[in-house]
Design a protein around this ligand. Structure first.
Ligand SMILES: Cc1cc2nc3c(=O)[nH]c(=O)nc-3n(C[C@H](O)[C@H](O)[C@H](O)COP(=O)(O)O)c2cc1C
Length: 364
């Protein structure tokens, strides 16, 4: 019996039944931002997974904030109605206590791309591309769209889009919002000195570069206090001259001060020159560094695939939660297996009871 991975945790005003989170994963399967039958299948599956915290995919706050034509959004009444319908169905089958959130985002200069299975990379003429925006007019890489550097007015409009999507998330019935300030998307593009060469109050010093993420956090907190709000950050760019771990820790502190109730510690995504030493738990040290500097719960992510590995991260106090992406995409019953492996009884729906011995046998 373990008290760590399967112990409850309070995040903001939410009581989460265990320390396993499903990390946000784009599905590129929406229609003009509207959830499809694919989402219905996936959200219901996640609801039954046994993960205490389900974070739905990067969900864009405006049409041109989408990575691809298939990305999920919360920018229209249609998007909101479908999200509500899909979430209502998921809640009807959910494990008791599961909390559901969406990751709100804008892709900035990494918008207007093909779906990964269409080859990824920028949309070409004839594929309905659009003008992208960013902190500065610097493309992500050679051959990518050159973004338009946002004006002061456009920045204020953007903050309004985040707030409006947060209201839509609340009306759709979600429990929390995760602000996507990682992986080279728009908020990270402002934070990182690699992509932000501005000389106004939105660029230059650390305080200026982090201002947009802070303002968005404050605006959502102030206007939609009913929802718990957390943030995902890239703690480092893994590039010489980019965001360092020291600065990444300061980003976490600034967002905590602005009202973020948890910090998910990821990295990279803002430069094709990044050199990431990937391997099991390769970002856990980043969560550990952030955890020493903030008081809110900290989530570790990145090649956490084994129950004992996840249990040790929590037991050793390196992070307060673990987030799993590919392991749960491949096996949405991962938390059940983890429970069986760690000798913990997980409550599954009664319809599954006659198969519960099989879970124990899977891990034997
Ligand atoms: C299919 C797929 C889609 C992803 N989409 C998102 C996303 O929408 N937002 C995000 O912050 N990270 C996204 N990620 C990154 C994951 O959340 C996670 O940080 C990364 O895959 C490392 O965790 P893992 O080793 O458990 O997969 C995605 C990853 C995958 C595999």
């Amino acid at each position: 019996m373990t008290d760590h991975l399967f112990s409850p945790i309070r995040i903001g005003h939410l009581e989460v039944p265990n320390r396993i989170a499903i990390a946000p994963m784009c599905q590129y399967s929406a229609d003009d931002g509207t959830a499809s039958d694919w989402h219905l299948h996936q959200w219901m599956t996640y609801a039954l997974s046994g993960a205490g915290m389900v974070t739905f995919e990067m969900t864009d706050v405006e049409r041109h904030g989408r990575i691809s034509h298939g990305c999920l959004g919360l920018y229209s009444d249609h998007n909101e109605a479908a999200a509500k319908r899909t979430l209502d169905a998921a809640r009807r089958v959910a494990q008791p206590g599961t909390v559901f959130g969406v990751q709100l985002a804008h892709a900035g200069r990494k918008a207007s791309c093909r779906r990964p299975w269409e080859g990824g990379g920028p949309l070409q003429a004839g594929q309905d591309p659009w003008q992208t925006v960013s902190a500065s007019a610097l493309p992500f890489a050679d051959g990518w769209h050159t973004p338009h550097a946002m004006t002061e007015d456009e920045i204020h409009t953007l903050i309004g889009h985040f707030v409006s999507s947060a209201h839509r998330a609340r009306r759709a019935g979600l429990d929390f919002i995760e602000l996507h300030a990682a992986h080279g998307y728009l908020l990270h593009q402002f934070i990182s000195p690699l992509s932000n060469l501005r000389t106004d109050r939105w660029g230059g010093s650390f305080e200026n570069r982090v201002r947009l993420a802070v303002e968005v956090t404050r605006a959502i907190r102030g206007e939609v206090p009913e929802l718990m709000l957390g943030a995902r950050i890239s703690v480092t760019d893994w590039v010489e001259g980019g965001l360092t771990v020291d600065e990444g820790v300061q980003v976490a502190q600034a967002l905590e001060e602005a009202g973020a109730a948890y910090i998910c510690c990821s990295s990279g995504g803002n430069s094709p020159h990044q050199k990431i030493p990937t391997g099991p738990g390769y970002q856990v040290h980043l969560a550990e560094a952030v955890k020493k500097a903030v008081t809110v719960p900290v989530r570790a992510v990145g090649i956490i695939t084994e129950p004992q590995q996840a249990e040790a991260i929590i037991a050793e106090g390196r992070a307060d939660m673990v987030a799993l992406a590919r392991a749960i995409l491949a096996d949405p019953r991962w938390p059940w297996r983890a429970a069986a492996a760690l000798g913990h009884e997980i409550r599954t729906a009664p319809q599954f009871l006659r198969a519960s011995d099989l879970h124990k046998r899977w891990v034997a």
